[in-house]
Design a protein around this ligand. Structure first.
Ligand code: PMP
Length: 293
């Protein structure tokens, strides 16, 4: 496997970062998870824009343009001979002296991995997930800005551990006020009386690229949608529920905390969103083969 690391494609065995890198020492950095389908990178520009916004929000000055990072990403995928898979793009604060001060790191470090990912077993896409609410809360936006896709994932990891310990594959995370924020690695959607509902970003959700695609699809399908504050009650009493994420794609949820949602089977709206999503992934995106020629 070839990894893009600070300007060069290197062999996996040579892709190493310093133990003084503040990304490793303090989680000081930002990242993206991006999928490619059928020889094309899905929503590449949107992911890179979010990456740059995350970097800007944490005063991480990048020496590359967005177009350059798109090109490096395409080159990495092309160099690995895959047509379908998952990209992990990480920018760290870089190596510097010990201590939190980010100004001690003269130069950010970037690496890009093009590989594959499988988040949930195939049958869960047909049958739906039974998920739980976890005790671990999403930090308030004043503590950790939910839009920043930073290397601080301990909050989500602790929530994921709760899900695993409860024999579930995903967990709903609430914010400090008790409103639904999102899941550990996915955004959440409900259908209630024909309207699509999803939590506000300000309730503690990542501004998901797949979330935006779903809102676009809702517009195209003529399904009314609304961002609002949601509680567990809204999930328990919804007609349908599904989760979205780059790695997860679109996955139905059929139970929360042992309350069956709707009929207990993935519903018709979810099926329409799933199909429209797959159509988009297969028919749109940035071709990456050209970048290597
Ligand atoms: N929420 C969190 C906490 C995430 O880490 C992710 C990405 N895995 C998502 C939501 C989904 O975002 P996207 O659709 O941009 O992948």
């Amino acid at each position: 496997m070839k990894i893009w690391l600070d300007g060069k494609l290197v062999d996996e065995s040579e892709a190493k970062v310093s133990v003084f890198d503040h990304g490793l020492l303090y989680g000081d950095g930002v990242f993206e998870g991006i999928r490619f389908y059928n020889g094309r990178i899905f929503r590449l520009e949107e992911h890179i824009r979010r990456l740059f916004d995350s970097a800007k929000a944490i005063l991480l000055n990048l020496p590359w343009t967005q177009a350059e990072v798109c090109k490096f990403t395409c080159e990495t995928v092309a160099a690995n001979g895959l047509t379908d898979g998952y990209i992990r793009l990480v920018i760290t604060r870089g190596a510097g002296e010990l201590g939190l001060n980010p100004y001690l790191c003269p130069k950010p470090s970037m690496f890009i991995i093009a590989s594959t990912i499988k988040l949930y077993p195939d049958e869960t896409y047909q049958n739906g997930l039974a998920i739980i609410t976890c005790a671990t809360r999403r930090p308030a936006p004043g503590a950790l800005m939910p839009q920043v896709k930073s290397l601080n994932y301990l909050n989500n990891i602790m929530a994921k551990v709760e899900a695993i310990q409860a024999n579930a594959l995903e967990a709903v995370m609430l914010n400090e006020q008790g409103y639904v924020a999102e899941c550990t690695g996915d955004n959440l959607f409900l259908l209630k009386n024909g309207t699509l509902l999803t939590p506000f970003i300000s309730d503690g959700a990542l501004d998901g690229i797949t979330r935006a695609v779903i809102l676009e699809i809702a517009e195209n399908l003529g399904v009314p949608f609304k961002e609002c504050s949601l509680t567990r009650y809204d999930i328990f009493t919804s007609d349908e529920c599904f989760l979205t994420g780059t790695a997860a794609e679109v996955i139905p949820v059929v139970a929360l905390d042992r309350r069956v949602i709707g009929t207990g089977k993935p519903g018709p709206f979810t099926a329409r969103f799933l199909e429209a999503f797959h159509q988009l992934t297969m028919s749109t995106g940035t071709p990456f083969a050209l970048a290597s020629e």
